[in-house]
Design a protein around this ligand. Structure first.
Ligand code: F0G
Length: 360
């Protein structure tokens, strides 16, 4: 039978596990159902016997995991009669909010830190017709402004403090369990506001409590060293990292994330910018998977913990790749070592390049 039902997004798919009813108008762009890719080459490079998968969330409609939460948040905002949504963002939330607002026919206002968001994300917000407000401050200051302004203007906040966001995002854990037929031993994620690690734990726990799966993973959250409040044990006022998506010093899900760590018996750790970029490149060069720098933090951290033995051989690991590499072409080009050359448009010139670049 060559036909199958059209995939219409994660709310439709997990309708009975999400707060919607038959009359709810769903605002969807076909999000979710992203590939869970088994890494073939990196375990060999590491010389370790491990089963490691990446959940490629960059293949969501706007190129990041935010779409899972945004479909729910915007669906509920529209259901409640809201005509406008607002968020602070390091880029991906704003891109997603802009797209889903366009789909719903409502307004989007997005606050972004001036000069500190990747170019692709800025293009998305602008293209989808959001009102883009650059602030002379960082994400944390933008978040405070959003909370303040929402008390004085008829706008719905769609940052992850909106509880519907986490409801949508928990579905990534459902998909992983369904495809592996079990929970992984470890689930590694980059952590900024810590909404996503919280949402994944909710998803795993729901399937565990319903007896669909007998175990839950240890949740491991990695931060960029310059923006690592969970490692410092307190908020950080001047976060800095090349992974601009997680340049966050005041995580909104602070208490929830500590609870996830305790309940799952997982841990937090930090990665340097060099480790993050090296993992991004390793994945691109050895597996054909291009993710943005922040996303590679999950793999960078996992590699360090595999090498130290903290994640033992024989483990089944899932690393979430939160956003697509095309979001941040500048950083990719800057760190690329691939030979780039300009030659005469002749057969000889092109053949010479090929022959001098063949490895064997
Ligand atoms: N990875 C990417 C690519 C992100 O964009 C974010 C967050 C995270 C990881 C961290 O997820 O906050 O749930 O711990 N980006 C937000 C934004 C802050 O505005 O796009 P978290």
């Amino acid at each position: 039978m060559p036909f199958r039902p059209r995939y219409t997004g994660l709310i439709e798919r997990y309708r009975d596990r999400l707060p919607v009813n038959d009359d709810t108008r769903l605002i969807s762009l076909g999000e979710g159902n992203t590939p869970l890719l088994k890494l073939n080459n990196i375990p060999k490079v590491l010389g370790k016997d491990i089963e490691i998968y990446v959940k490629y969330e960059g293949l969501n409609p706007t190129g990041s995991f935010k779409d899972r939460g945004m479909t729910m948040a915007v669906t509920k905002a529209v259901e409640e009669g809201s005509k406008a949504i607002i968020c602070a963002s390091t880029g991906n939330t704003s891109a997603s909010a802009a797209a889903y607002a366009a789909r719903a026919g409502i307004a989007a206002f997005v606050l972004i830190p001036e000069g500190k968001i990747a170019l692709g994300k800025l293009a998305q917000g602008m293209m989808h017709g959001a009102t883009v407000i650059q602030i002379k401050g960082n994400f944390d200051e933008g978040m405070q402004l959003v909370k303040d302004v929402a008390e004085h203007a008829p706008v719905t906040i769609v940052n992850s403090i909106n509880p519907y966001r986490l409801q949508g995002q928990k579905t990534a854990a459902f998909e992983i369990v369904e495809e592996l037929s079990c929970a992984p031993d470890f689930h590694c994620l980059p952590v900024g506001n810590a909404g996503n690690i919280t949402a994944h734990w909710m998803g795993y726990s729901e399937y565990f409590e319903d007896g669909i799966v007998g175990t839950r993973p240890k949740m491991v959250g990695y931060q960029a060293a310059g923006s690592a409040p969970f490692m410092r044990g307190h908020m950080v006022d001047d976060p800095e990292t090349v992974a601009t998506a997680i340049r966050i010093g005041h995580p909104q899900s602070w208490d929830k994330a500590w609870k996830v760590k305790e309940e799952s018996q997982g841990w937090f750790d930090e990665c340097s910018d060099e480790q993050i970029l090296a993992a991004q490149k390793l994945l691109a060069e050895h597996e054909g998977v291009f993710c943005e720098p922040a996303s590679a933090t999950s793999l960078a951290g996992a590699i360090a913990d595999i090498e130290s033995g903290k994640i033992p051989e024989g483990s089944k690991i899932v690393c979430t790749l939160t956003g697509h590499g095309l979001k941040d072409p500048d950083t990719a080009i800057k760190q690329s070592t691939a030979p780039m050359m300009t030659v005469e448009a002749t057969l000889d010139a092109v053949r010479d390049v090929i022959l001098s670049n063949m490895t064997d």
